[in-house]
Ligand binder design. Structure first.
Ligand SMILES: [Zn+2]
Ligand SMILES: [Zn+2]
Length: 282
């Protein structure tokens, strides 16, 4: 069984890969399931039907996923490819402690039109990691602590998700790592354990995001030590996704992630339908 549970299409602001083509390519790659997880980042992007306040990139407004056109198109593609590849509807919510209300309202509004929701932290205080605004003026320790404290604040109040996305994302955006090496996991271990305990208590899961290999981090996100900690705390719910935005990313390193999870003692990976998870054993 191969299921890519983190896939972006042209319905995300940072991809131009047509959704139908992604699904056709997933079939060609012999994936059994593809779950679309389009971007929503309240606080830094306006809604798709209010693009007048958006900044423009490459001639198009940067907005949240256009939910309704997205779900309508996905429904058509799902019907067309039925019996060939399973197509699931998801979102990747970039949640901040300051935007929990909007994210909750969206999840309620879309209800069971969504199969799966990834909760990620992509920005803190509306300052983005990808452009360095969040890191500006902070030490390495401050960057890492602020990231995990934000994530903890989010999981303490937010329940409308299936799994946490790329839990140690900040490793990818640590400007100090090149000179001083990666920030030692031991210094944030307690914070990460507190986050994971809450995830387990709430019946949620985490994802293994394979893009860390593409980005040269030498490991998945989260890294093996986080997966071990999650397992030791009793965590069992894990999805695997490529975080694909382009054809060459789709389905990448899924098998490698399954092997690592199996080696760590996880029973299988999970798939989701209308928010309900199913374990698919290795
Ligand atoms: Zn993400
Ligand atoms: Zn993503």
């Amino acid at each position: 069984m191969l299921a890519d549970y983190h896939v972006h299409s042209g319905f995300s602001d940072d991809s131009s890969y047509p959704l139908r083509q992604v699904a056709l390519d997933a079939e060609r790659l012999n994936l059994d399931e593809v779950c679309f997880t389009e971007h929503v980042d309240y606080g830094v992007k306006p809604e798709w039907n209010q693009p007048d306040t958006a900044r423009f990139e490459d001639g198009r407004p940067v907005t949240n996923c256009p939910y309704i056109p997205y779900l309508d198109e996905l429904g058509r593609v799902r019907d067309e490819l039925e019996g060939r590849v399973t197509v699931r509807a998801g979102l990747e919510l970039g949640v901040q402690t300051t935007t929990i209300r909007e994210n909750h309202a969206l999840a309620c509004c879309l209800g069971d039109r969504l199969d799966f929701v990834i909760c990620s932290v992509h920005q803190v205080g509306d300052l983005e990691f990808w452009n360095g605004a969040f890191q500006e003026g902070r030490t390495q320790e401050e960057i890492h602590r602020a990231y995990y404290e934000e994530l903890l604040g989010v999981v303490e109040c937010f329940r409308d998700y299936s799994v946490l996305g790329h839990l140690d994302l900040i490793r990818r955006y640590d400007p100090f790592a090149r000179e001083t090496g990666p920030y030692p996991f031991g210094r944030v271990r307690d914070l990460v354990a507190e986050i994971l305990r809450r995830v387990i208590e709430d019946g949620k899961g985490i994802e293994v995001n394979t893009s860390g290999i593409r980005y040269g981090l030498g490991d998945f996100q989260p890294a093996r030590e986080v997966l071990e900690l999650y397992r030791d705390l009793g965590g069992t719910v894990v999805t695997v996704g490529s975080d694909s935005h382009r054809p060459e990313h789709l389905g990448s390193y899924l098998r490698r992630a399954y092997r690592e999870l199996e080696g760590l003692g996880f029973a299988g990976v999970w798939t989701f339908s209308r928010g309900a998870g199913t374990l698919v054993r290795f």
